[in-house]
Write a protein that binds this ligand. Structure first.
Ligand code: TIU
Length: 222
């Protein structure tokens, strides 16, 4: 059996059944004037992981493995935006308001796009999601079943919000989940650290975590 070096113990790789899920690497979370900034966050932290996310995506493509992208966004008529989500916090701009990159977190707007360096290529699935978890109100579960995927490697932002929520959804649905530590980020370094620790605690209660080089090395030779 091929294993990826991981914590709290090695991850048993089934190469035919694994996919990379890149969560919400959108301008809205990584650039000034977007949703993340409207919530008062230092978005510069997100831009710093782009080279590692790119390296991870590239490694999966070169190994012939599937890459799935998600985008957090809402319909232009806001019909999939709960009032509670629109009103949450005290943002300078709310979801659907006009910002410097178009309407905040609305499908099709320039600011909602995936960062150009990480753009999906032809054939890669892109899941638009209205919630924090990528399974809620999307076809992700059907897509994975159709393709025989049972193991998921996770990258993207933010670690303790959309990444962790999606890993928990996936875990409950029976997927084996592995988080790439260098390819995820939070606006709060202490929350990234805590999320990583709680995911792999109690014998990988939610999933495994691993270094990017250990993941890339194993998938390239498996
Ligand atoms: N605010 C925050 O940390 N995250 C989000 O709102 N969405 C995602 O994590 N994608």
């Amino acid at each position: 059996m091929v294993e990826i070096k991981a914590q709290p113990f090695p991850f048993p790789l089934r190469k035919q059944e694994i996919a990379l899920v890149v969560i919400d690497m959108q301008r809205d979370f990584a650039e000034p004037g977007g949703f993340g900034a409207s919530l008062g966050n230092d978005v510069g932290r997100i831009a710093r992981i782009v080279p590692d996310v790119k390296r991870l995506i590239q490694g999966f493509r070169e190994a012939g493995l599937k890459v799935i992208h998600t985008m957090e966004c809402h319909r232009p008529d806001l019909s999939d935006l709960p009032v509670a989500k629109r009103n949450r916090g005290q943002p300078s701009l709310r979801i659907g308001d006009e910002g410097p990159m178009g309407r905040i977190l609305i499908a099709g707007e320039p600011g909602t796009a995936i960062l150009s360096e990480l753009a999906p290529i032809d054939g890669e699935v892109v899941i638009e999601k209205p919630g924090k978890g990528a399974f809620y109100a999307t076809v992700l579960g059907d897509v994975l079943k159709e393709r025989g995927i049972t193991q998921l490697v996770f990258a993207g932002v933010t670690t303790e919000v959309c990444v962790q929520t999606t890993m928990r959804e996936a875990n409950d649905r029976g997927y084996e989940c592995l988080l790439c530590e260098q390819a995820t980020e939070s606006y709060f370094p202490e929350f990234k650290e805590a999320a990583i620790a709680m995911i792999r605690a109690q014998g990988a209660i939610v999933g495994w975590t691993a270094d990017i080089d250990d993941i890339l090395e194993t998938i390239s030779h498996a």
